[in-house]
Design a protein around this ligand. Structure first.
Ligand SMILES: NC(=O)c1ccc[n+]([C@@H]2O[C@H](COP(=O)([O-])OP(=O)(O)OC[C@H]3O[C@@H](n4cnc5c(N)ncnc54)[C@H](OP(=O)(O)O)[C@@H]3O)[C@@H](O)[C@H]2O)c1
Length: 257
């Protein structure tokens, strides 16, 4: 299938690792101009080198940006110019129950998960409207549809992203700007390993990853590149009629309709 995105400018936020990096790689494989952003410069440079080496695409740039800071987001978008495809990703919020969190934790999760998207969308849509083309895909979590045990911050803010995106899909469709949200189930990244490390167990992480996979109908947890394929299609010119939707990439784990 021709995705029709050769030469297009793609920004993937929170892309020095995990799902963001896998998405950036998928776009680099389609001969786009890829911008990756996150906080740690060294990690970003390493990711950039890896993407260039694995895809042979040298049009990969890195930008240091803390997505909880309005001025960082503004500077990043100004530096890139008009963006064709925006993939909104962010670091995951800490695990915990209601009594574990103070006002500052709520505020930080709000800035990281929700305000981040509001600010990037606000910054990219004028250019997208002018050129009458834009694709926006939010990386969220399966918690946008079904609450996850012990992940209260995620359970609160991910559904808000769905509401925001649905409203935006109504406002932006006439300018050929389509926006969708994709939630991973359990994908093998540092975040999942970190969450497993925090849980007391006598089993090794590898054993627990295998066990987690046994709970999934497909029989294993997912790999970041499998997740990236869904993002790549929704955030491409080949997607002409899907907007305001939510998609879960979880090997069939979630039973919600
Ligand atoms: N993996 C899964 O199975 C899974 C399941 C459900 C939901 N998710 C969600 O999917 C998203 C990506 O997960 P992942 O597994 O790929 O995580 P990951 O491997 O931990 O990577 C997180 C990325 O986010 C960046 N980041 C964190 N805070 C940032 C900030 N304030 N500003 C800019 N960049 C920031 C990190 O780079 P720096 O540290 O350099 O900033 C890193 O590149 C998260 O929101 C996570 O909650 C993942």
């Amino acid at each position: 299938m021709d995705l029709g995105i050769k030469g297009k400018k793609v920004l993937v936020t929170a892309a020095s690792k995990g799902l963001g990096k896998a998405c950036a790689k998928a776009y680099a494989n389609e001969s786009t101009q890829v911008y990756i952003a996150s906080r740690n410069k060294q990690q970003l440079e390493q990711a950039k080198k890896e993407i260039i080496k694995e895809t042979g695409n040298h049009q990969v740039s890195s930008i240091v940006c803390d997505l909880t800071k309005a001025e960082d987001i503004k500077e990043m978008i100004t530096r890139i110019g008009t963006i064709d495809i925006l993939i909104n990703n962010a670091g995951g919020p800490p695990a915990g129950k209601f009594d574990d969190f103070a006002d500052e934790d709520w505020q930080h999760a709000f800035e990281l998960l929700l305000m981040n998207i509001i600010r990037t969308v606000r910054a990219v849509t004028p250019g997208m409207k002018e050129q009458q083309f834009g694709r926006i895909v939010n990386i969220t979590s399966s918690s946008m549809k079904q609450a996850l045990d012990g992940l209260l911050l995620s359970n609160t803010f991910r559904p808000a992203i769905v509401g925001l995106s649905k409203s935006l899909s109504q406002e932006l469709a006439s300018d050929n700007i389509l926006i969708n949200s994709v939630g991973p189930g359990t994908m093998e990244t540092d975040r999942i390993r970190d969450i497993f490390k925090q849980q007391a167990s006598t089993e090794s992480i590898e054993e627990r990853l295998l066990k987690a996979g046994e709970q999934v109908p497909i029989g294993r947890i997912g790999q970041p590149d499998e997740f990236a394929k869904a993002i790549l299609f929704l955030g491409s010119k080949a997607n002409t009629y899907i907007t305001g939707q939510t998609l879960i990439v979880d090997g069939g784990a979630m039973k919600t309709l």
